[in-house]
Design a protein around this ligand. Sequence first.
Ligand code: HEM
Length: 196
Amino acid sequence: MPSLKIIALPATLLYLLFTTIIVLTKGGLTEDNIRQIIRITAASSMLLFSLTFAASSLLHFFCTEYWQALMQARRRLGLSFALSHTVHLLAIIALVEIAYGGDYLQLGDIVGGSIIYLFIFAMAVTSNDTSVTLLGAKNWSKLHKTGSYLIWVGLFGIYLEIALETHALRYWLCAIFGISLLLLRVSAFWDKRINA
Ligand code: HEM
């Protein structure tokens, strides 16, 4: 756990590289394989985002060295999430090129997803102390808070939508997990206010 900060990015890179290679060795760049990579990267993004999103609340409620290490690794985990979701985007581009002949309109409404991507990239490039100084702590915090909640809506909104459509247990579990994360954040927020 103390080295989480050091291993987060390389471990994510290796995970993405190996899973992509494993999927692609089974038949190459087919539509099914690309869709599988999209689902795999959505899952890795969910895990990395959840750790980042819950870190400060977990530290607030359970002030142990483990959660302190998680809090210290938060920026790297956020960057790892951005890396994972960049692969999600590359797989979407490959899907459009291979399955839809380059016609992006076939993806349906991509406005919401594109806005979330702008936030993800803005958050990634400002995940450093220099950006905090340049933007000012208040603006920096606004950008990262708004982005985090939009990502939460994007990720768990999709899982909830699929759960309602397919009734598949794993999608219900993802949606319930997302709601628990939000409850954890809200509880920590009120607890801090009450005890301030
Ligand atoms: C313009 C932007 C985006 C496009 C075009 C897009 C496209 C897709 C497509 C086509 C799938 C279905 C793959 C399949 O199962 O066949 C998918 C799945 C998914 N995407 Fe994206 N996506 C976008 C952005 C995002 C963002 C910003 C998030 C979250 C922050 C996200 C999270 C997910 C999730 C959670 C799934 C479900 C994975 C599963 O079925 O297990 N996507 N996306």
